[in-house]
Design a protein around this ligand. Structure first.
Ligand code: NAP
Length: 297
């Protein structure tokens, strides 16, 4: 088994690599298929997923059986400004990986987002719901999903949301840093979604891939909250005295449209390997408890 990971310097990429090395985490042991696996870590410098020729020759050389695309252009505001680069990385990137995976008969596990939906539904989105992205990031990720499906027969698409891990820029790390410096913060209270710990996502991703249960999956922390409720829990678990005040999306100075409601139902996980995603509060508490020694798994 040879597993190739793109975006290996990103927060999810790093967690997947560590889990493949450790073979177990708080959720359990990995499938035995990974016991002797060779890990091929790549990043933008060693494998630029936007370059089709480079991707094809890299795959021919290393012949992975499994390709995990954790590489993406994830800065939602910048995606709006740098439209071409956003579509190049988030749509052509997975297209190139899908072509090259198909050529060597590898499985492709591609990560996508709750932002493929417009957020107008009043109950959790299921895998069969029709995407209708409302910003450049969501549109580019949706096109990436379409390409992955079209050009690779052994595809997985895992949609996740509000992701945080120890390494990298994310809401939890930003709030923890801000909470040390400021006495109060204002956070949006009318956007609802599900915070997701990278460990839970990495574990389910690898277990699914081992099971050959191809298709589209929703994989997020269980339960839902607003960014305001999320921030309050971060401060509570970190025992920080920073006060959080709710504000509306209109009060938040952003020109980018975001889905007001993007909770994802895990129907396909439940129907296949089972849904062992922790509820978002438990996963967050565990994350903060282990912050000091940064014990990722
Ligand atoms: N973060 C979230 O809240 C969230 C929510 C929903 C879905 N997702 C999806 O989950 C996946 C993982 O997200 P993440 O938060 O772990 O992302 P991340 O931390 O931003 O990491 C993405 C990585 O992709 C790399 N990358 C950018 N352009 C590349 C290229 N041309 N070729 C190869 N690698 C490239 C980046 O490298 P540089 O750092 O060098 O640019 C970065 O290391 C992505 O598909 C994302 O769309 C994330």
């Amino acid at each position: 088994m040879r597993v190739l990971i793109t975006g290996g310097n990103g927060q999810l990429g790093k967690t997947i690599i560590q889990l493949l090395r450790d073979k177990e985490c708080v959720l359990g042991e990995l499938d035995p298929v990974y016991s002797n696996c060779e890990i091929i870590c790549t990043n933008k410098g060693t494998l630029d997923i936007t370059n089709l020729g480079e991707v094809k020759s890299y795959f021919m050389k290393f012949k992975p059986n499994m390709v995990i695309n954790a590489g993406a252009y994830t800065h939602v505001e910048q995606c709006e400004l740098n439209n071409d680069l956003c579509f190049k990385v988030n749509a052509l990137g997975p297209r190139n990986l899908a072509f090259a995976s198909e050529e060597i008969e590898a499985k492709l596990i591609h990560l996508s987002t709750d932002y493929v939906f417009d957020g107008q539904k009043k109950m959790p989105y299921q895998e069969h719901d029709l995407p209708n992205p409302i910003n450049a990031y969501g549109k580019s990720k949706y096109l990436g999903e379409e390409y992955a499906k079209e050009f690779c027969s052994r595809y997985y698409i895992l949609r996740t949301s509000w992701l945080y891990g120890y390494e990298g820029k994310n809401f939890v790390n930003t709030m923890l840093a801000a909470g040390k410096e400021k006495k109060e913060l204002h956070v949006v209270a009318d956007q609802i979604g599900s915070p997701t710990n990278t460990i839970d996502l990495a574990y389910h991703l690898l277990q699914l891939a081992a099971a050959d249960e191809y298709g589209i999956y929703h994989c997020t922390g269980n339960g839902e909250c607003s960014w305001y409720e999320f921030a309050k829990k971060i401060m509570e678990y970190a025992e920080t005295n920073c006060k959080i005040h709710p504000i509306s999306t209109l009060d938040y100075n952003s020109t980018i449209q975001r889905p007001p409601y993007s909770t994802l139902d895990h129907m396909m996980l439940r129907c296949t390997i089972g849904d062992h995603m922790r509820n978002w509060q438990d996963a967050l508490k565990d994350f903060i408890k282990n912050l000091t020694d940064r014990r990722i798994l």
